[in-house]
Design a binder for this molecule. Sequence first.
Ligand code: SF4
Ligand code: SF4
Length: 170
Amino acid sequence: MAILVMSGLAATIALLLIVAARRLPGDKQAVVEQLNTLLPQIQCGRCDYPGCRPYAAAILAGEAQINQCPPGGEATIQAIATLLELPRLAPDRSFGIHDALTTAVINEKDCIGCARCLQECPVDAILGARFFTHTVITDECTGCELCIPSCPVDCIRMSMRGAGAPQNQS
Ligand code: SF4
Ligand code: SF4
């Protein structure tokens, strides 16, 4: 009985390995990893993919263009074009402003301390506690904009780094 169970288990593992090997041949996976290292790792999703690595895999699969990463900007487009020996493309601005070093700024007068933005920030760049005003630690903020849709009173704005509070803060 034990031999039967063991050989069944071995057969299942072997089958899984074959499927995995067929799915992502080693060299393709290696290229996806290389592409992923060229991306800014902000995981902001502005490329229309749920993070940098899925975008890297989509580029290699020919499903995405190399100019869809705003935070990566022109330098990332160039690096990917060089790696894949592809023509360099102009940034696709429909995905956002490329190369813009932005940071989130909370209008503290309007903040109601709901703490929703805290949960959205992938790098813990927001400081605050329930029922207290929240603020952004500029040096920690990657400009990913993931916190903006979470704010029920719409008091989070993106500002160019070093520009201080956005002009439109009343
Ligand atoms: S504060 Fe907002 S924009 Fe900045 S890293 Fe956090 S979620 Fe992204
Ligand atoms: S989501 Fe908006 S209102 Fe809520 S704590 Fe954050 S900044 Fe303040």
